[in-house]
Design a protein around this ligand. Structure first.
Ligand SMILES: O=c1ccn([C@@H]2O[C@H](COP(=O)(O)OP(=O)(O)O[C@H]3OC[C@@H](O)[C@H](O)[C@H]3O)[C@@H](O)[C@H]2O)c(=O)[nH]1
Length: 411
């Protein structure tokens, strides 16, 4: 654009081409073809950039945080939980920057958010991998984040037993990169997504926050290591830290704007909710219940299913109540355990499909029973789960699934 304005000031002719571009009258006849090719190429480039708008969002509107507006970096904000959190933050008037490498997340989710909050300075998307320390540092240098919500992570228990290094790299090592940037740039608040998987298989239920953490799979171990790094760092830092240990997340935005869209190629590692919906849609022949010989009421694993809307509410409360030089560690669950068989029955009712069920041997890395004691988070953050009807949460999620048979690619 600089050359166009310079040409105009030199008295040469220009005329509009549309799409914010101008055609510059050629100076010498011999260059006509060359210039035409350049203009056509530039126009084509503009069209491509507009088509993939979120990946090319300009960061200029975000160079500094404005007084009174909290700027939150949401890592993994194109993912299932991260996108729901970004939606809630935007709704609550926060300024949001999403960083995602789209390996598990969906650009479609970012596009939905951009459609809902198109105003300049509200939402920025940056395509980057958290393993790239230079890129991460640049992002922190160019933005003034008041808080970081670190969601980005691979999160399949079964996959973690087959490819543990991926988990230590993606979860532990990448969290170190984020933590170093947070420290270097003196970010005031860090909200970390941890998991009930860090407890492993405790002797006593329900799980309280001081229940010993003895993870039994690489996913849980990688998250525990990340927690330890954060806790060690926080001992000599002014930063406010909140570690939220999620139980099993289900459901989707009640207004149907976002949903859970795992990558189809990872289906074999998929979580129970995705598998149920795939079976109900007929994408897979049936649901495989993995393990029927656990020492639980009906022999299948017991989990505490927490609705994603409640989960993101816990994040906002944690963000608001995080205090400098303080660490808060909280279980985020309903306090109620449900077996896989119960889950399948709820899913059949929610979808109205008599899903075919096959019973298979145990999945490596699974623990028999976990459910939370959510008393601490109620006491400290005044949070408790509101969407505790499993079937209703699945009905909401199923609505989105039905209207998005190909995930975000359906929109
Ligand atoms: O197809 C399936 C999927 C899962 N299951 C079973 O359903 C139960 C729940 O498994 P999921 O994979 O949905 O969830 P997990 O309990 O392994 O971990 C989950 O909860 C804690 C979070 O932090 C993790 O990110 C998430 O993966 C397990 O007993 C599992 O074996 C099946 O029987 N069939």
């Amino acid at each position: 654009m600089l050359s166009f304005s310079r040409a105009r000031s030199q008295g040469r002719n220009t005329r509009p081409l549309g799409g914010g571009m101008e055609y510059l009258e050629p100076k010498r006849k011999s260059n006509v073809m060359g210039k035409l090719i350049l203009v056509v190429s530039l126009t084509a480039l503009c069209i491509i950039m507009l088509k993939h708008a979120p990946s090319f969002t300009s960061p200029t509107a975000f160079s500094r945080s404005e007084e009174g507006v909290t700027h939150v970096l949401v890592t993994g904000g194109a993912g299932y939980i991260g996108s729901h959190a970004a939606l809630r933050l935007l709704k609550d008037s926060y300024r949001v920057t999403i960083v995602d490498n789209l390996s598990r997340g969906n650009l479609g989710a970012v596009k939905v958010l951009q459609g809902l909050f198109p105003e300049a300075g509200r939402l920025q998307f940056i395509y980057a991998d958290l393993g790239d320390a230079k890129a991460v540092d640049k992002i922190f240098s160019e933005n003034a984040f008041d808080a970081v919500m670190h969601f980005a992570a691979v999160a399949y228990v079964g996959e973690s037993t087959l490819d543990p290094l991926k988990y230590y790299h993606n979860i532990t090592s990448n969290t170190l990169v984020v933590l170093e940037a947070v420290a270097r740039h003196k970010v005031k608040k860090l909200i970390y997504s941890s998991t009930c998987a860090t407890y492993g298989e405790p002797d006593k239920m329900p799980i309280v926050e001081v229940t010993p953490q003895v993870p039994i799979n690489p996913y849980g171990k990688a998250k525990k290591m990340a927690e330890d790094m954060i806790l060690d760092f926080s001992k000599n830092s002014d930063m406010a830290v909140m570690i939220l240990r999620y139980f099993n997340v289900i459901g989707s935005d009640p207004e149907g704007r976002l949903g859970e869209a795992p990558k189809p190629e990872l289906r074999e590692h998929g979580r129970i909710s995705g598998a149920c919906f795939d079976a109900a849609r007929g994408v897979i022949p049936g649901l495989q219940v993995k393990g029927t010989d656990y020492k639980t009421g009906d022999g299948t694993c017991v989990r505490d299913y927490i609705d994603v809307t409640d989960l993101v509410d816990a994040h906002v409360k944690a963000l608001e109540k995080a205090k400098p030089r303080n660490v808060g560690i909280y279980n985020v669950g309903t306090g109620k355990g449900r077996s896989v068989k119960e889950f399948v029955e709820a899913c059949k009712k929610a979808t109205g499909v008599d899903i075919k069920v096959d019973f298979l041997p145990r999945r490596p890395g699974d623990y028999a029973e976990v459910y939370s004691d959510p008393a601490k988070i109620l006491r400290d953050l005044n949070w408790s789960a509101r969407y505790t009807n499993l079937q209703e949460s699945l009905e909401v999620a199923w609505k989105w699934q039905k209207t998005h048979p190909h995930g975000y690619a359906s929109s």
